[in-house]
Ligand binder design. Structure first.
Ligand code: PGA
Length: 246
């Protein structure tokens, strides 16, 4: 399967900056490219993205369909602006906005009902890794969010393994850590869905940059990367693309 590079801009960039970024992205067809901008830029950059074959995602989505939920954005609203997918359970949502596994599993259910493709982010904290709990934590997160999925719902799923201690810190998980967690996730996906488990993309995220992306992409079961800091400038994002598309 084609690998994918995804830019997660978090709470950065105004609409004009977003358009300028997309216009500057190098064109190639070796890897898929996606941008996850703030909500307010989705509609504006979608038309530029379409012409460059770039997918557009949302950083979050409400677990509710519609109604009295001040400040929330629904799946239907995202589909209305032609958003291609949504990130669910990013560690910043879990940690800063207190989204627990229950909330995230309801968001997964909502995504399934609305047929909205989603990337489920999972990852351990440094304490959990030091205590030897990594496998347990990842397995629990996957069970909570995905155990009710059946049949064709699996076509909506991508997983991102993002060790919390590697996000925005410059610390990258070692090759062996990435290999073993991705293998665990792959086994779990095959257990959930013997038909689809092998073809679900598993991404790595956490301080990915042009210096390490090639090595990370060479690890078994790494089907792409979710990139924060190094995706904020077109220059550094293009360097990433160039590293993996030659
Ligand atoms: P980072 O962020 O690349 O800045 O570590 C990754 C992410 O939060 O998805």
């Amino acid at each position: 399967m084609k690998k994918i590079l995804i830019a997660n801009w978090k709470m950065n960039k105004l609409r004009g900056e977003s358009v300028a970024f997309i216009e500057n992205i190098v064109e190639q067809d070796t890897v898929d490219i996606a941008i996850v901008p703030p909500f307010l830029s989705i509609q504006q950059i979608k038309e530029y993205a379409l012409s460059k074959n770039i997918l557009i995602g949302s950083q979050n989505m409400s677990e509710y369909s519609h109604g009295a939920y001040t400040g929330e954005i629904s799946a239907t609203m995202l589909k209305d602006v032609l958003c291609d997918f949504v990130l669910l359970g990013h560690s910043e949502r879990r940690k800063i906005f207190l989204e627990n596994n229950d909330v995230i599993s309801r968001k997964v259910e909502r995504a399934v009902v609305e047929k909205m493709p989603f990337i489920l982010c999972v990852g351990e904290t440094l304490d959990e890794r030091d205590l030897g709990q990594t496998e347990e934590v990842i397995t629990h997160m996957l069970n909570e969010a995905l155990s009710s999925l059946i049949g064709s719902h699996w076509d909506l799923v991508t997983i991102a393994y993002e060790p919390v201690w590697a996000i925005g810190t410059g610390k990258v998980a070692t090759k062996e850590m990435i290999r073993s967690v991705h293998a665990l996730i792959r086994d779990k996906l095959i257990e959930f869905s013997p038909e689809k488990g092998e073809s679900i993309r598993i991404l790595y995220g956490g301080s990915v940059k042009s210096e390490n992306v090639k090595e990370i992409f060479s690890i078994d079961n790494v089907d792409g990367a979710l990139v924060g800091g190094a995706s904020l400038e077109a220059l550094s994002f293009n360097q990433l693309i160039n590293e993996v598309s030659v």
